[in-house]
Design a protein around this ligand. Structure first.
Ligand code: AMP
Ligand code: ZN
Length: 497
């Protein structure tokens, strides 16, 4: 039913087209119909995925608010989205992936109150809001790279699309969906009969007439489209608009940028589960009110990573776990990715140090096992394996069972390396490179130190001298001397052996 190894089509619904040259070196021809099934938060059902344009997918994923490092909870959502994208591509679909960078307008409270997170970050670090945005955008991209998350085709920074956001608000104003208060322009959620349908919000919670904090919104669920700069305050990030100087609301940015690049409706919109009741609900409201069509056909949400004591992962305090914190404890980013792959994206995942430690051991075992199998095992069982693998990943991204299938196949010795590398295009565990590293001469430096050196090399390549100096100091505190040479950094231990 399946013939190896050159891919060209998905199925009857996604026929071969000139866009299937995806840059993957090995793929599979699926000679029979193998639908992709995805859970759609909007319908609350698993549905067969049918793209708007044959063979193509428009994908929008809500990106980070760049006022601090991403925590490992945030990163779980991006890994889920990466798996989704890889599964779509593996099925021969050409994906156009757009991700925003929220560098303005995300307030500390989702109820449109509090400070702008960016301006707060700027005060915290004594930098400008623009410097904060640049620094944490780069930090985020570095996290993505280390987790082997593919970059989007289009990055869009909210501050670069203010014109489009104003355009959307004007459209809503013209259609009578907005009103003005002392502190901004708001969307009147009672003007939309099905407001809250994504989250199934109950009408009684959306009652009018409740006074809600600053700005005197008419209804609790109404949300800011444009916020005025406070009187007598010169914000770092502010723009002129038909309503006065200020800045756009958080939700309006995603609607404006997604449709600018993907049109309306587009195929799939993703984010973390917390986006269902507020951020995505409001994106849907304003985009549907403006255009009279759905914003996206499929809404997908990743469940939360929680920590063992049940606390919420936060961007401050003891629960602020970043990839760097993991690396400081000698856990590789790909070990964390492997941990994430073991739980279905729609299930909560409890983080613990024991769990990441056993994921690290599990990944090492996997790499070793694949390093010692033949290149090709020519047999019907291997083909059957690929067929089963695809049916699992196409079943609402059932990666945990697909991993189980892989282990089973390795134990039974029915697959070769070529097939293992093929499916790694979905798993993204960078198996080929990890196996190549096994034969590199071993350095006597501990892994945690090697990771710091690699991070410093990256910082230097990015001309991030501040980070590079910080990392040098860290290495020195840990007892290692760093000497930069034309051939790169030479690191020696101060410990006498
Ligand atoms: P933010 O940078 O706060 O805008 O969040 C970035 C992404 O991380 C969003 O898609 C959130 O829904 C998601 N997110 C936030 N906290 C968690 C968590 N604990 N686990 C998984 N995803 C999360
Ligand atoms: Zn968004």
């Amino acid at each position: 039913m399946i013939s190896l190894y050159h891919f060209s089509t998905h199925s009857a619904t996604h026929p071969v087209d000139k866009f299937s040259g995806l840059g993957y070196t090995m793929m599979v021809i699926i000679e029979f119909f193998m639908p992709i099934k995805l859970y759609n938060t909007m319908s609350r059902q698993i549905e067969e995925f049918k793209p708007i344009k044959k063979g193509r997918v428009g994908l929008y994923t809500c990106g980070p608010t760049v006022y601090n490092f991403a925590h490992i909870g945030n990163l779980r959502t991006y890994v889920f989205e990466d798996i989704l994208k890889r599964v779509l591509k593996f099925n021969g679909l050409k994906v156009k992936h757009v991700m925003n960078i929220t560098d303005v307008g995300h307030l500390t409270s989702d109820a449109d109150e509090g400070d702008d997170k960016m301006e707060k970050g700027a005060i915290r670090e004594g930098k400008t809001a623009w410097q904060i945005a640049d620094f944490y955008t780069e930090a985020f991209r570095s996290d993505m790279q280390e987790l082997n998350i593919e970059e989007p085709d289009i990055w869009c920074r909210a501050t670069e699309y203010v014109k489009e956001q104003i355009g959307l608000i004007k459209k809503l104003e013209k259609k009578g969906f907005t009103y003005q208060t002392l502190d901004g322009i708001y969307f009147d959620t009672t003007k939309l009969a099905d407001y809250g349908k994504l989250a199934n919000l109950k009408k009684q919670d959306l009652r009018a007439g409740v006074r809600v904090g600053v700005g005197d919104k008419i209804n609790p669920a109404d949300f800011a489209l444009w916020k005025f700069s406070p009187p007598l305050v010169k914000r770092q990030m502010e723009w002129d608009s038909p309503w006065g100087i200020g800045f756009p609301g958080w939700h309006v940015e995603c609607s404006a940028m997604a449709t600018k690049h993907l049109g309306q409706p587009f195929d799939i919109h993703c984010g973390g589960i917390d986006h269902v009741p507020v951020h995505h609900t409001n994106e849907i409201a304003q985009s549907e009110a403006a255009e009279g069509t759905a914003l996206a056909n499929y809404w997908m949400h990743g469940e939360f990573l929680i920590i063992a004591n049940g606390d919420k992962m936060a961007k401050s305090g003891d629960n602020f776990l970043t990839l760097q914190v993991l690396k400081n404890k000698s856990f590789g980013p790909l070990s964390y990715r492997y941990l994430l792959l073991q739980t279905h994206y729609r299930k909560q995942l409890m983080f613990s140090w024991d769990a990441v430690a056993s994921a690290q051991t599990g990944l090492e075992r996997l790499v070793n096992a694949i390093a010692h199998i033949p290149t090709v095992v020519d047999g019907a069982q291997e083909k059957k394996f690929i067929e089963q693998f695809i049916s699992l990943i196409n079943d609402d991204l059932n990666i945990p069972e697909a991993l189980g299938l892989l282990w089973n196949a390795l134990n039974k010795k029915i697959i070769g390396q070529k097939t293992a590398f093929l499916i790694d295009e979905v798993l993204g565990l960078d198996l080929k490179r990890q196996i190549a590293r096994l034969s590199e001469p071993k350095s006597d430096l501990p892994d945690s130190i090697k990771m710091l050196i690699a991070e410093r090399d990256r910082a230097r390549a990015n001309k991030d001298w501040r980070l590079s100096d910080e990392l040098r100091e860290k290495l020195e505190t840990l007892g290692y001397n760093v000497k930069d040479t034309n051939d790169g950094a030479v690191v020696t231990s101060n410990f006498v052996s």
